[in-house]
Design a protein around this ligand. Structure first.
Ligand code: CO8
Length: 258
């Protein structure tokens, strides 16, 4: 869509691609970029022909943070009244699975945006960090919550209080990312993952995402109950019939995404 200035949006098969494209600021996430990423993700989310959304940056930077220059002179009342960063919540409400392909810097808001995605794939050059403490502030796009849930209190406190970075190997060891690949293979491998997800039953993958996310919001008992109800409901779909018949007939399932 040519109406976007800071991102490039394209469709490949059933995968919607959003590429951050603000190279002069290492993809720093200013308000305009936030509006565009959220708009593009929501547009893909409304499109039944899209089964996965792949979010990438550049080789050097996924995103070097929220835009410090845009924020620096804001007063508390301005931040509060504008509810700065709250619009990102709409990105996390996208129901289609989101995959982040991270190469280079994912710092501050860049790390936080990557953590908003469902699957995080890193190049071996990736560097994750929450350096806000060096700016006299703290994470503001969910980092104190999502990093802690992802890597636990010890590493989250260490990173957020010292501002130190984590390389790709430590990020994988700590459970922040699911896979690390060679930098020159990131685009292909991340696309492969997105494509794999996108070809599965859309009803099943949306429901699966919802069920996993429930684990962060509810008790084990309630979460298991939620899963069971949704699992039962899957038997009302054409894709369940197709998936299970295909298994019995020893052929590949042809999902209709309904
Ligand atoms: N915001 C705005 N501009 C940025 C940002 C950013 N986060 N990051 C990089 N840029 C700009 C640089 O200012 C520079 O622009 P110019 O050429 O006009 O001077 C251009 O991008 C290239 O950057 P560098 O020259 O610095 O590139 P290097 O390769 O030397 O360094 C780094 C790369 C290490 C990533 C370095 O750019 C850096 O440290 N960036 C900031 C990282 C950071 O602190 N991120 C956290 C941001 S804060 C946040 O996300 C949460 C909210 C808290 C904000 C509080 C504000 C008061």
């Amino acid at each position: 869509d040519s109406s976007y200035q800071n991102i490039v949006v394209e469709t490949r098969g059933r995968v919607g691609l959003i590429t951050l494209n603000r190279p002069k600021a290492l993809n720093a996430l200013n308000s305009q970029t936030m509006e565009e990423v959220v708009a593009a993700a929501r547009a893909f989310d409304r499109e039944p022909g899209i089964g996965a959304i792949l979010l990438s940056g550049s080789e050097k930077a996924f995103a070097a943070g929220a835009d410090i220059k845009e924020m620096s002179s804001q007063a508390y009342s301005e931040m509060y009244l504008a509810d700065w960063f709250a619009h990102w919540d709409n990105f996390t409400r996208v129901r289609t699975p989101t995959i982040a392909a991270v190469s280079g810097y994912a710092l501050g808001g860049g790390c936080e945006l990557a953590m908003m995605c469902d699957v995080l794939i890193a190049a071996d050059t990736a560097q994750f960090g929450q350096p806000e403490i060096d700016l006299g502030v703290l994470p503001g796009m969910g980092g104190s919550q999502r990093l802690t849930r992802a890597v636990g209190k010890a590493k989250a406190m260490d990173m957020i209080l010292t501002g130190r970075r984590m390389d790709a190997a430590e990020a994988e060891r700590s459970g922040l990312v699911s896979r690390v690949v060679a930098a020159d293979e990131l685009a292909d491998k991340a696309f492969e993952v997105a494509e794999t997800i996108s070809t599965r039953s859309l009803v099943a993958s949306l429901a699966a995402k919802e069920a996993v996310n429930a684990a962060f919001e509810t008790t084990l008992d309630q979460g298991v109950l939620f899963e069971r109800r949704v699992f039962h409901a899957a038997f009302a779909t054409e894709d369940q019939k197709e998936g299970m018949s295909a298994f019995a007939e020893k052929r590949k399932a042809e999902f209709k995404h309904r």
